[in-house]
Design a protein around this ligand. Structure first.
Ligand SMILES: [Zn+2]
Length: 329
């Protein structure tokens, strides 16, 4: 399973430091809604994205559906994606299975008119019926898409992992194509993704959390290390001080918790970098456990402190005991 950091940031000083992530990661995701005003041909140069990075551009169907991003059509979105990305995610209409399917096949047909095309992932959306979802993904499976992206997972959040498990296993049963999970927020969700066989996922949690001065700890914990970074109305609050419990490259720069309390873009960016390493470590641990055959044990251990994760085990076909054989024994 691969973590594709979703890294858009309006603040230029932060972008400069977040560059470290781009140098390390092989893949990064940007949302069309965020970058649509930038000339796609100059996008890599403008945002200093190395040529070694596979750029994923999602269609922002979620934002558009929620009226955050205005109206778009599949041609505008695809033209943009085709000019700068290696992976293009079709424009979905969250909750509308028919419309989302129409958009996906229109995108595929339109892409055939270009000599070079990015990989195209069709979005699987859900109207609440798992039968409709299954039928939609079966249709995608028979077509020339490179993968299936599962969208609108945000409403499920980390609290509804049972639903997330059902959704992802329904998609996995309907296709043999790689599955990408869009917009993942919680650390526990990573275990559901891995158990369902998801190939890639994107998350901006490392960056969004950093803006709220959230410092992620190993194994899904977190602490607040300061006030929310905001120029106006800055609240003052007593926060902890002292050494950092981590030796990642970001924490070696920061050294102490107080560093993250400075009202500077740099401190937020370094915090985001630490959070990025934490999520990347968690993914590495999951991968290792899967390769070595002890993922089931890791999952059970993790589920001890998460009732929601425990409830997801049924839909995922995982046994709740160490003794019984499981999919991953
Ligand atoms: Zn760290």
């Amino acid at each position: 399973m691969k973590f594709v950091p979703s890294f858009w940031d309006r603040a230029r000083p932060r972008r400069h430091i977040l560059q470290r992530i781009l140098e390390e990661t092989g893949d990064a995701l940007l949302s069309y809604a965020h970058v649509r005003r930038i000339d796609p041909l100059g996008l890599r140069e403008r945002l200093s994205i190395p040529n070694t990075v596979n750029l994923w551009i999602d269609s922002s169907g979620f934002q558009i559906g929620n009226m955050v991003a205005g109206r778009s059509n599949i041609f505008d979105v695809y033209d943009f994606q085709n000019s700068c990305s290696q992976v293009a995610i079709s424009l979905d209409t969250p909750g509308d299975v028919q419309e989302t399917y129409r958009n996906a096949i229109l995108t595929l047909a339109y892409s055939k008119g270009f000599s070079i095309s990015p990989k195209i992932y069709a979005v699987a959306t859900s109207d609440g019926s798992f039968e409709h979802l299954h039928a939609l993904v079966r249709k995608y499976d028979a077509l020339d898409f490179d993968g299936v992206a599962v969208g609108a997972l945000i409403p499920y959040g980390s609290l509804r992992l049972e639903q997330l498990g059902l959704l992802l296993t329904t998609v996995a049963r309907a296709t043999s194509k790689p599955i990408h999970a869009l917009g993942i927020g919680g650390y526990d969700a990573l275990y559901v993704l891995a158990a369902a066989g998801v190939a890639t996922f994107d998350s901006s949690k490392f960056l969004v959390g950093a803006k709220w001065r959230i410092y992620h700890l190993a194994r899904g914990g977190m602490i607040y290390v300061g006030d929310h970074y905001e120029k106006k109305n800055r609240r003052t609050r007593q926060t902890r001080t002292g050494d950092l419990p981590c030796r990642c490259p970001a924490c070696l720069i920061a050294k102490r918790i107080e560093f993250f309390q400075e009202p500077k873009a740099e401190s937020v960016a370094i915090l985001a970098l630490h959070n990025y390493y934490m999520m990347q470590n968690e993914v590495q641990l999951i991968k290792l456990a899967m390769d070595e055959g002890w993922f089931h044990h890791l999952f059970l251990d993790r589920a001890k402190k998460s009732p929601s994760l425990r409830r997801s085990m049924g839909p995922l076909g995982l046994s709740k005991s160490h003794k019984e054989p499981s999919n991953f024994a």
